[in-house]
Design a protein around this ligand. Structure first.
Ligand code: AMP
Ligand code: ZN
Length: 485
């Protein structure tokens, strides 16, 4: 069953391809990471839930996984093309802190969000740790592929074959780009090194053969990918926006560095497969970091939603489909997750190791088979989830074997079903008026009143709780006695 070949959609060839590792038995994956100038919004986090699901699937298929998610702490301008200010420096100036402190703070916050979403630990190299390597890389390609302008060193995209194939963009006029730097040979040319303008100083700057300044944003991913995974590595991931500018530029740098040409063989791009997750969208546009308040995981928690309900929400859509965020949708995912955790109850004291070989072979065979097929078909998590639910609903089967089956499925989906308890879902909204222990005390009094058939007192306690935002849920099928609304 595990032999079902894993097929993944390669954006470079726009087709499904069977995963064949570069190094037998291994999977080496690079995922573009966050720019740590601000909190991550939940759209960004969708990119890491996707990358994590990919990594978990590869591990479950038996590959030894090396997974890098870089931290961009220098060089990313407010536009992905060479325009605007450096995001880090701008935020540092706005908050009156050093750019280094800003990076440290938001990286820690990002890592906290990853843990809350049960994203497995990955390598998180920082761009600032690789500046020397970036300069060395720039030196090695400068003669053949770059030219210097007053503002820095630029990459000439006409020097590599098939520039922009990933984006399916027209090279000539650099579709969708504005020529903002005077003297660029092609509109799509981009900075390898940006010189600090005369009379200015940056908080983050280094000496280089092209003057004091900072690396261009695209360079870091080429350099860290090569240093940590070696070219070609197996899979490169990022959000769909990166398919247009950032990844074509990374690919051009990689081609220049490896002295290879042409993308008919995807390996020449530096990675065999390029994968892109589609966007999480929000109609009001509040997710955008630039528009002030935005949707971050902490906001979901403050409103009383468990973060893993958001992971489930992501898994409910195929990663290549757009996913629209709504509070109703998140609420539905939360209810679904609660039902799953409820269904786990009967398996809590059970040990999967007690399952007999015979039971393992037959219990849930059909759903296990379909689960494999779904994930092998370009990570079809929505279908995989329905198979998990079928497995949870199995009755009159060997409990250790059922537990083994569900543990295996959850090792890929990462919902932590066996760790979650009903109480974990009772997250106190930040604006709640009442403490949990007060609710429990009031409910205990109400129970006594009901036992004594004093229904007037019991109703009065219920009304009091309602006034404080607590919904008392007698007879709730999921067994919840109350919730904060
Ligand atoms: P950034 O910090 O802007 O470099 O983005 C980090 C990651 O999130 C990148 O892979 C982006 O492509 C991805 N991303 C940005 N916005 C969204 C969104 N709304 N939905 C899904 N992924 C996104
Ligand atoms: Zn990148």
């Amino acid at each position: 069953m595990t032999d079902t070949p894993l097929k993944l959609f390669n954006s470079l060839t726009r087709s499904l391809e069977v995963f064949e590792p570069v190094h037998p038995g291994e999977a080496r994956v690079y995922s573009c990471g966050p720019t740590v100038y601000n909190y991550q919004h939940i759209g960004n986090m969708r990119a890491y839930v996707f990358a994590d699901t990919l990594g978990r699937t590869l591990q479950w298929k038996g590959y030894k996984l090396t997974h890098v998610v870089n931290i961009t702490d220098v060089g990313h301008l407010t536009s992905d093309a060479d325009e605007g200010e450096d995001k880090m420096e701008r935020m540092a100036a706005r908050e009156g802190k050093s750019a280094w402190d800003i990076a440290k703070f938001y990286q820690a916050d990002f890592e906290q969000d990853l843990a809350r979403l049960n994203v497995q630990p990955k390598q998180h190299p920082r761009a600032t740790e690789y500046v020397e390597a970036m300069i060395a890389w720039g030196k090695s390609i400068a003669d053949k592929h770059c030219y210097e302008l007053e503002s820095g060193l630029y990459f000439d995209v006409s020097t590599v074959a098939d520039y922009g194939r990933l984006a399916r963009a027209v090279t000539e006029d650099g579709e969708g780009r504005i020529e903002s730097v005077e003297g660029k040979r092609n509109a799509a040319d981009f900075a390898i090194w940006r010189k600090t303008p005369a009379g200015e100083t940056r908080q983050m700057e280094w000496d280089s053969p092209w003057g004091r300044g900072a690396p261009g944003w695209h360079l870091e991913c080429s350099v860290m990918g090569e240093a940590l995974l070696g070219f070609p590595f197996d899979i490169h991931t990022g959000g769909i926006d990166h398919r247009e500018i950032h990844h074509p530029n990374e690919i051009a740098q990689n081609q220049a560095y490896c002295c290879t040409n042409g993308l008919d063989d995807p390996k020449n791009s530096g990675a065999k497969i390029w994968m892109h997750n589609n966007f999480l969208v929000e109609r009001s546009g509040k997710m955008s970091k630039s528009s002030g308040e935005f949707l971050r995981l902490q906001l979901l928690i403050d409103k009383g939603y468990h973060p893993l309900a958001y992971r489930l929400m992501c898994l409910q859509a195929h990663y290549r489909s757009e996913l629209e965020f709504s509070w109703e949708g998140l609420g539905a995912a939360l209810t679904r997750l609660k039902r799953m955790v409820r269904a786990i109850d009967k398996l809590r004291g059970v040990d999967a190791k007690d399952a007999t070989k015979e039971a393992l072979a037959i219990v849930g065979y059909d759903m296990k088979f379909k689960f494999h097929l779904a994930l092998s078909d370009d990570l079809n998590t929505p279908v995989a989830l329905t198979q998990l639910e079928r497995a949870l609903a199995l009755k009159k089967v060997s409990l250790p074997a059922q537990r083994a089956l569900i543990e295996e499925m959850d090792s890929v989906l990462g919902l932590k079903l066996f760790d979650l308890r009903i109480e974990d879902f009772r997250i106190r909204p930040a604006d709640a008026l009442i403490e949990e222990r007060e609710v429990l005390a009031a409910l205990a009094r109400r129970k006594e009143a009901r036992a004594a058939k004093d229904f007037a007192a019991s109703d009065a306690i219920r009304d009091e709780l309602t006034a404080q935002g607590v919904e008392v849920m007698d007879g709730d099928p999921l067994g919840w006695e109350w919730k904060l609304g």
